[in-house]
Unconditional design. Structure first.
Length: 141
C-alpha cells in the first residue's frame, strides 16, 4: 500500500514538472508578432504583451484588437510547411487508381460520387443464380 502511494506521489511531481516546462517554453515563444491560438479556439496575432498586468493585445481580424489574459493563449501556431514530394506521390497514387472504383468528392454539393445515397436500391452487377432454389414466394422473407 505504501509503495502504491509513493508511486502516485512520484507521478504527480513528474507531471507537474512537465507542465511547468511546457508553460515556460510557451511563454518564451510568446512575442509580439507571433501567431497564436487561444484556449477557446480563436486565432490571432500578438500586438503587445503587458508583463505587469498579464494582458495580451491580440489582433483577431484586421483592425479588431482584443485584450485577454496571458494564460488564455494555449499555443503558438507555426506556419505549415508543404512538402512537394508528398504532393507528387499523392498525384501518382490517384492516377494509378481506377476511376470507376474511386469515390470522388463533388465540390458543389459535398456528396461522394459513385456511392448510393441512403435508402437507394443498387442493382447487382451479376445476379447469382442458384438452381436448387426457386423464385421466392409471397411468404418468404
Amino acid at each position: 500500500m505504501l509503495a502504491v502511494l509513493a508511486l502516485l506521489v512520484f507521478f504527480m511531481f513528474r507531471n507537474g514538472r512537465k507542465r511547468q516546462k511546457e508553460q515556460a517554453s510557451l511563454q518564451s515563444q510568446m512575442v509580439a508578432g507571433a501567431n497564436v491560438m487561444t484556449n477557446f479556439g480563436m486565432y490571432g496575432t500578438i500586438l503587445s504583451i503587458d508583463e505587469e498586468a498579464n494582458k495580451v493585445e491580440l489582433e483577431i481580424a484586421p483592425g479588431t484588437v482584443v485584450q485577454m489574459h496571458r494564460q488564455a493563449i494555449s499555443r503558438v501556431v507555426e506556419p505549415a510547411v508543404t512538402d512537394e514530394s508528398a504532393d507528387e506521390a499523392d498525384a501518382e497514387l490517384e492516377s494509378s487508381l481506377d476511376d470507376s472504383r474511386t469515390a470522388r468528392l463533388n465540390e458543389d454539393d459535398a456528396i461522394v460520387l459513385g456511392e448510393p445515397e441512403f435508402g437507394e436500391r443498387v442493382a447487382d452487377e451479376a445476379p447469382a443464380t442458384d438452381s436448387t432454389k426457386s423464385d421466392p414466394t409471397k411468404g418468404d422473407a
